[in-house]
Design a protein around this ligand. Structure first.
Ligand code: NCD
Ligand code: ZN
Length: 332
């Protein structure tokens, strides 16, 4: 039986590191697990300028000096080419699109994606990546991603050279859509969408800690996401969408959406890939395809994991991690 596993130092192409006092803890925790992260811009205030990007990177590096930090900015309005160039110079590699009101801190999101087509034209020209929170806000909650796919297909036609990532893909229809679109359209997969369905949120009792956007969906959808992750198709790579909120902010009236998965993401992935006899595909999923898509060098450093059971703490950094209190099989 396999007792040791050497993997390339993982990349996380979708993580929330937050701001203020929380940032240092979350950044340090991310650096324990990942060599490189793409930090999301839905902080308060948002990352929406070169100055903000520069400052954010500085704060992350102050807490986690060895973390390779890639940045995103929030597409809440149209930007000039000069503004985009300045951001690019400061480590921004992707523009993040949030539809209005669809998830945490998206009250400044865009109502009509066509409203920002001028900026998307520039994003394509500068070869930045367009990163999509792909949910149609007015659709039924379990169909929001499915209903968004028409926008993705339209974007793909109208901007044929634009690299687009559909983030946290969660439905069978989205997996099929991504697989069928050209090579410049990819998707990230979270750890939680590989293991949870809506039953884990509201099935037996209400589990606020598993509440996130897009919602964990049906068993059929989860199976499709799993098949995508275990397919070896380079269009699908890891973006954990680790999105910590304090226990108080999750377990209250109007609890926040987001799952804190960074501390457990890789151990869970090893377990899941091992279960499916697909461990040979894990290195590309966590440290290959994403880098290739973002046109950055692959990680060269390696990390060793050992099969030793450990119990996930009930809380970490003031938040409840995914699978809190449960036993995981692998650790660093
Ligand atoms: C994220 C957060 O908390 O910032 N929440 C979530 O449920 N995934 C935002 C996001 O990526 O949608
Ligand atoms: Zn996210």
């Amino acid at each position: 039986m396999l007792q040791k596993l050497t993997l390339p130092l993982p990349d996380d192409f979708h993580i929330h590191l937050r701001q203020g006092n929380d940032l240092a803890n979350y950044a340090k925790r991310a650096a324990e697990q990942f060599g490189r992260v793409l930090a999301m811009p839905n902080t308060e205030p948002p990352i929406d300028s070169a100055e903000a990007a520069k400052q954010y990177k500085k704060e992350i590096l102050a807490a986690a000096p060895n973390l390779d930090v890639l940045l995103t900015f929030k597409l809440s309005k149209n930007y000039t080419e000069q503004e985009l160039l300045e951001m690019q110079k400061n480590g921004v590699v992707a523009a993040k699109y949030y539809p209005f009101g669809v998830t945490t801190n998206s009250q400044d999101g865009v109502s009509q994606i066509e409203d920002i087509y001028p900026t998307i034209t520039l994003i394509e020209k500068l070869d930045l990546v367009l990163s999509l929170h792909g949910e149609e806000p007015d659709a039924f909650c379990l169909d929001r991603e499915r209903e968004f796919l028409k926008h993705l297909e339209k974007l793909s036609k109208e901007f044929p050279n634009l690299r687009i990532v559909l983030e946290h893909v969660s439905t069978a229809e989205a997996v099929k859509c991504i697989a069928g679109l050209p090579q410049n359209i990819a998707a990230t997969i979270t750890v939680h969408h590989l293991i949870l369905t809506l039953d884990d949120v509201i099935g037996a009792s209400l589990k606020q800690q598993n509440f996130c956007k897009p919602l964990p969906n049906s068993p059929r959808d989860r199976e499709a996401v799993r098949q995508a992750a275990f397919s070896g198709n380079k269009k699908f790579f890891l973006g954990t969408d680790s999105a910590p909120h304090s226990l108080e902010k999750k377990e209250c009236l109007g609890g926040a959406a987001g799952i804190y998965s960074a501390p457990v993401a890789i151990p869970i992935l090893i377990e899941e890939f091992e279960k499916e006899n697909k461990l040979d595909l894990l290195p590309n999923f966590i440290a290959g395809f994403g880098a290739d898509f973002y046109k950055i060098p692959r990680q060269t450093e390696a990390v060793e994991y050992i099969k030793t059971e450990w119990q996930v703490p009930k809380t970490m950094d003031g938040a409840v991690p995914l699978r809190a209190g449960e036993t995981l099989k692998w650790q660093k």
